[in-house]
Every structure is written in C-alpha cells, then in structure tokens.
Design a protein around this ligand. Sequence first.
Ligand code: HEC
Length: 141
Amino acid sequence: MSEAAQRGLRLFEGKAMCSRCHAGFNFTGESYRNIGVGMAVRDPDLGPYTVTRDDPDQGAFKTPTLRDVARRGPYMHDGSEKTLEDVVAYYDRGGVKNPWLSSDMKPLRLTAQERADLVEFMKALTGRIDPEVSRPPDLPR
Ligand code: HEC
C-alpha cells in the first residue's frame, strides 16, 4: 500500500471512525445502520423498517463491504454519492440529521489531506489485496 493509503487506514480505524461499522475482514459489520442517506426528503425510503416495523430500523441500510469499492459507484442504496470523494465528504459532514441517525455518525472535521488519504485507502481495497491490509483489524464486535 502507498503511504497515503496507509495513512488512510489509520484514519479509517481512528479519527474517521469508519471501522465502527465497516469492521473486520470484509469491512462490513453486517449490521443495519441509519447514516442519514436519503433522509432529507419528505417521504424517505425507510429500508428494512417497511418490513419489520421495528422503530430503531427506520432509514437503516445494511453496511456494505468495501472490498473492490472503487469498481462500484455511484454509491449508497440510492446512488446519491457519485464518487468516493463525495462519500468521504458526506461522512465529513456527519451525514443527514434525522431522529434515527446512528450515534456513530458525527462531523469529522477532516483536512483535505485526510479526505484524500481515506479515498486512497479505499482504492487500495481493489483486487489483489496486500496481506497487511487483509489482516482483520483488532476491533470490538
Ligand atoms: C454508523 C455506521 C457507519 C459508519 C461510521 C461509516 N459507514 Fe460507510 N456505510 C454504512 C452504511 C449503513 C452504508 C450503506 C448506506 C446506504 O446504502 O444508504 C455505508 C456505505 C458506505 C459506502 C458506499 C458503498 C457502496 O457500495 O455503495 C462507502 C464507500 C462507505 N460507506 C465508506 C465509509 C467510510 C470511508 C467511512 C468513514 C469515514 C464510513 N463509511 C463510516 C455505515 C457506516
């Protein structure tokens, strides 16, 4: 991994708090979280809530894996973020406020360099993975 991607990994697990949700070997905790995507409209898509009618689920979507993420896009269930740079800017703003927003979503106050490093890290998750990166991080479950 490049130096920038390594800095990005440290941010991913540290200041940017991404690994609170994108945890483990495949960078997904498999959990459903409300990160505010699509919540700024009058009649938002409430995700699994439409099936479960369980209140904490409102607007929660499954945390996707970040493997090969640079090959996908547009991002999020509604394709509302075009690029990985847009995704990082979204998280930097702390998502869209709503009553069910995950408490792990906070404005991050990243510098331009830090945002670029996070994007480099996600690009490094494409294809053949550096053994150092694919080692599952030691995280609380
Ligand atoms: C509170 C949990 C949570 C945190 C913290 C979080 N994510 Fe996510 N992430 C999600 C969920 C849930 C989705 C899917 C949202 C949707 O589809 O609307 C997602 C989607 C994404 C996507 C889009 C993937 C795709 O295939 O569309 C990327 C890229 C991403 N996150 C990167 C990050 C980065 C980088 C950080 C840290 C800056 C981060 N995430 C922090 C839960 C989280």
